[in-house]
Design a protein around this ligand. Structure first.
Ligand code: GLU
Length: 513
């Protein structure tokens, strides 16, 4: 082997993608996955990278302290109050009519906003953002996966997340493949009009790549039902049969074709897996305790549902800080504080008055029964896993535990419900939404949740049977086809289930040439 090849191999081995694929490689070895199928799954089908431009409006950015001296005499400017949109970092973005009829005193591009201090005027300009859509695999059905708006995304991250969608849709046993995409942007740095323009432009460029029978986006970190509404409009705009295209995105508002139960679905699915974990021990979540990382869509809904099952929330960590109350945190009250509080622009748990502030380093060491990581990837590293004092980690986020973290959890006997089953509730209900769109139906929340519960719990039991090597056929599930003759950990077992279901398509349908 030439030194060049050795070098590039070593380089390749060190990427986060290769690390994230360790479980895939391990499970593929265990089941003797067909080599060509392995190659099909090792890399995505398509990696799309493109650029989206958007016209940023004029904004007012707080003037750095050291530059304020020469403006002390500058009087207040009175801009039209609803002509400015405040952003989290203290900037303001102009809406069209901010200056009309306003009393403006400006010097060297600086003005003073009444009660808000000196700001520099940054004139509007176009900006370019890097955008992605990775389509990993479509052996089982159309590509499927969320759209992430976040400043820290990369091609490698989207490759991991897209592959993870392929495993997840197989485990959930929905006839879909795996994809993921998004834009490298902190969505909180844009005004709502700019975010709308960016989303429309993103879908304009994405349009040739997606479709209700081809690739179906959904919400993920930094996007929500309103972003899906914009994507739907841009995709269907001008199409003669646009109502038949509603299934091009899922996670829509229920009033425009979204499914009941979709917003809560990921948290709901997570709670069902935790409930099943307790049932296996002859008990229920009632009387247990949990700590939660992330109070976004997944975390806040999982917390609400689990506390409804009688489990007590002791602490929450999010990007803004960490709060702790040994007597329990009232989830409904915390949700009010975070989501129905206009002064809490960041939508953070930080500053919640009915709990004490603790450092993040103490958070994971809080004694409890369940740890719910529901934020970003890579949070439970080896050293963090050493500090945990819980019985169970149930992964609401995608990839929250690193391979090192996994090894430590296993060595310490802490049990794990891996992400690809724990958070599969979201994409499962996305599938229900897609069917409803195709059939022009609207199911009740009860019907959605009954189906979800049955699906998540039976697939969870199959994974547990694979892990324990106890193949069974019961009234609710059948794991006969999947056990591999030896005991494995839960993450490997979940991957075994995914790979066996995907491999069946290649075995029975063959490869298109
Ligand atoms: N973004 C969610 C996930 O990671 C949902 C994807 C979907 O519904 O397509 O599972």
């Amino acid at each position: 082997m030439s030194s060049h090849t050795q070098e590039s191999k070593a380089e390749k081995r060190s990427t986060i993608y290769t690390e994230a694929m360790e479980v895939f490689q391990h499970a593929a070895d265990l089941i003797g996955l067909d080599n060509r199928v392995r190659m099909e799954l090792e890399e995505p089908d398509y990696e799309h990278i493109f650029y989206v431009t958007v016209k940023l409006h004029t904004r007012l950015v707080p003037l750095p302290k050291e530059e304020t001296a020469k403006f002390t005499d500058l009087g207040d400017s009175e801009l039209l109050p609803d002509g400015l949109e405040p952003l989290l970092d203290g900037s303001y973005v102009f809406k069209r009519r901010a200056l009309i009829g306003a009393n403006v005193q400006m010097r060297d591009g600086v003005l003073r906003l009444k009660n808000k201090g000196l700001h520099k005027v940054i004139p509007g300009r176009p900006e370019t953002y890097k955008a992605y859509r990775v389509q990993h695999n479509q052996a089982r059905g159309p590509y499927k996966g969320g759209i992430r708006y976040h400043q820290d995304v990369s091609l490698d991250l989207f490759k991991i997340l897209a592959a993870e969608m392929t495993w997840k849709t197989a485990i959930a046993d929905v006839p879909l493949g795996g994809a993921k995409g998004g834009i490298k942007i902190d969505p909180r740095s844009l005004s709502s009009e700019e975010l709308e323009a960016l989303t429309l432009r993103y879908m304009y460029k994405l349009k040739p790549l997606v479709g209700p029978n081809l690739d179906i986006p959904a919400p993920d970190v930094g996007t929500d039902a309103s972003i899906m509404g914009l994507m739907l409009r841009q995709y269907t705009d001008g199409e003669r049969e646009h109502h038949s295209l509603r299934g091009v995105v899922t996670g829509k508002d229920t009033r425009i074709g979204g499914s009941e139960g979709r917003v809560k679905a990921t948290g709901q699915g997570l709670a069902y897996t935790v409930q099943e974990w307790f049932l296996d021990r002859g008990t229920t979540p009632a009387g247990s305790t949990f700590i939660l990382q992330g109070f976004g869509n997944v975390g806040s809904n999982a917390a609400e549902i689990l506390s409804g099952m009688g489990s007590k929330l002791l602490a929450v960590n999010d990007a803004g800080g960490t709060i702790y109350n040994p007597n329990g945190i009232d989830v409904a009250d915390l949700t009010e504080y975070v989501y129905n509080n206009p002064s809490n622009l960041r939508r953070t748990i930080a500053g919640y008055p009915k709990a004490q502030v603790i450092p993040k380093s103490d958070f994971f060491a809080i004694p409890c029964d369940i740890v719910l990581p529901c934020a970003l990837n890579g949070e439970i590293t080896g050293p963090v896993a050493e500090t945990l004092k819980c019985k169970l980690v149930a992964e609401g986020a995608n990839g929250p535990t690193t391979p090192d973290g996994d090894r430590v959890l296993a060595a310490r006997g802490i049990e794990l419900i891996p992400d690809i089953i724990a958070n599969a509730g979201g994409v499962t209900v996305s599938y229900y939404e897609w069917i409803q769109n195709k059939r022009m139906e609207h199911w009740s929340e009860l019907e959605v949740n009954q189906r979800l519960e049955q699906a998540i719990k039976s697939n969870y039991r199959i994974i547990r049977d694979i892990a324990r090597n106890t193949p069974r056929r019961t009234a609710t599930h059948n794991s006969m086809r999947y056990a591999i003759g030896k005991v494995v950990d839960m993450r490997t077992a979940a991957m075994v289930l995914a790979l066996k279901r995907i491999e069946a398509h290649y075995q029975l349908e063959g490869f298109s040439q």
